[in-house]
Design a protein around this ligand. Structure first.
Ligand code: GLA
Length: 381
């Protein structure tokens, strides 16, 4: 990828570019908790975005996407927002940096990625984090990595229409090889956990399904959670986010909020506890409990949060049937991957069966990705 990027960069813009990279992410557990002030447990992966970039002394950005084989030129003022979604991520990062007092001037860049699109592995966060990091280095803005993550998140909010939490951008920037990150999304306190489950593998099975309207459904889930938290806070003013609420406090408002919002909140409060249970289990090396929590999360995401789909439920059931240790839909949902914790000896039989049975039912094979937990944003020297 680096060679391809560099060759194109030289052809279009000459020498003197610097190369930066950032990563996609997985999440072991803690799904849809990040915009509720809860815990998440992500890690960066060995698939991501790479960009070569150089200031051009003008007031315009010239960006070339190798994957789309397309160029986009845009200015840096609010009214210069490009039409192409891929370019809007870069534009958004520039704007959000400027809003925070950072310097951004015209630059040239060529970028490419190997995060499968629509798989729930956060290709967009990888793109945002790569550029947020690169621009910060290039113009020596001195913005810390927490704020860089918020620059990516605000880009989603203000330029791409997704009211996401902070998990993806955080993992992409803070990721560390062989470690998962327990992140408190309210305080941004975090702790690295060495992740090397001896005797097990983590594997992603990509349903290759991507449902339309995923972002509006996502925003709707968030609104339900905020509505539930608001209702609870009338009785318990200390509740700012759902993560501050106890299960019994939710019960108190059951008749006062839409049934749908109640189910969503029920899932989130349960998920909060599961993340903590998984941390304890990991410290004991108890992967059976980790796996069981993953199944419980899937159940909640499917039946209470309703962000799964037929294909993902099928893959989850198949994992259960084959005694796979843990399995669940990962990321925002509405398609994408299941993440599976599989004993070494079951690995091959499981992926063989997943391919065969999924193809027999849905007419095409899923993709299989082995997970390699890797470093996040960095300059490639
Ligand atoms: C998407 C969002 C994240 C998070 C997950 C669900 O990946 O970008 O902020 O909410 O969904 O856990």
């Amino acid at each position: 990828m680096k060679e391809r990027i560099h060759t194109k960069f030289k052809e279009l813009f000459g020498d003197g570019g610097r190369i930066f990279a950032s990563a996609g992410r997985i999440n072991l557990i803690g799904e849809h908790t990040d915009y509720n002030g809860g815990y998440v447990f992500p890690g960066a992966i060995d698939k991501g975005i790479m960009a070569e970039i150089k200031p051009n002394g003008k007031d315009k950005v010239r960006a070339f996407s190798l994957d789309y084989n397309a160029e986009c030129v845009f200015g840096l003022n609010e009214e210069d927002k490009p039409e192409e979604l891929w370019a809007r991520y870069i534009f958004g990062v520039c704007r959000e940096t400027i809003k925070r007092g950072g310097t951004v001037k015209g630059f040239d860049c060529v970028f490419a990625g190997d995060v499968p699109l629509g798989a729930g592995l956060s290709s967009s966060a990888a793109l945002e984090s790569c550029f947020a990091f690169a621009i910060n280095e290039l113009y020596q803005n001195g913005i810390d990595k927490f704020e860089l993550a918020k620059i990516g998140q605000s880009t989603e909010h203000n330029y791409c229409g997704v009211k996401c939490g902070i998990m993806d951008q955080f993992a992409s920037l803070f990721g560390k090889k062989d470690h998962l990150i327990l992140l408190n999304t309210k305080t941004l306190e975090h702790k690295y956990y060495p992740f090397n489950p001896v005797g097990y593998k983590l594997v992603l099975i990509d349903s290759k399904v991507k449902h339309e309207l995923a972002s509006s459904a996502y925003n709707k889930r968030r609104a339900s959670c905020e509505n539930a938290a608001k209702a609870i806070s009338k009785n318990h003013p200390e509740v700012e986010f759902l993560s501050d609420a106890k299960r019994i406090w939710l019960e108190e408002v059951k008749g006062q909020i839409p049934a749908e919002d109640f189910l969503r909140a029920q899932y989130v409060i349960g998920e909060m506890q599961r993340v903590l249970d998984v941390c304890d289990a990991l410290e004991r090396g108890d992967y059976e409990t980790v796996g069981e929590m993953m199944y419980q999360t899937h159940f909640g995401l499917s039946h209470l949060y309703e962000v799964s789909c037929e294909e993902l439920d099928f893959l989850n059931k198949l994992a259960r049937k084959m005694d796979v240790c843990g399995s669940r839909v990962m990321g925002g949902g509405f398609g994408g991957c299941t993440i599976n914790l599989v004993k070494d000896e079951l690995y091959q039989p499981f992926i063989d069966a997943a391919k065969k049975e999924y193809a027999a039912k849905f007419g095409h094979e899923p993709m299989v990705y082995d997970v390699v937990v890797s470093d996040g944003a960095r300059e490639i020297k």
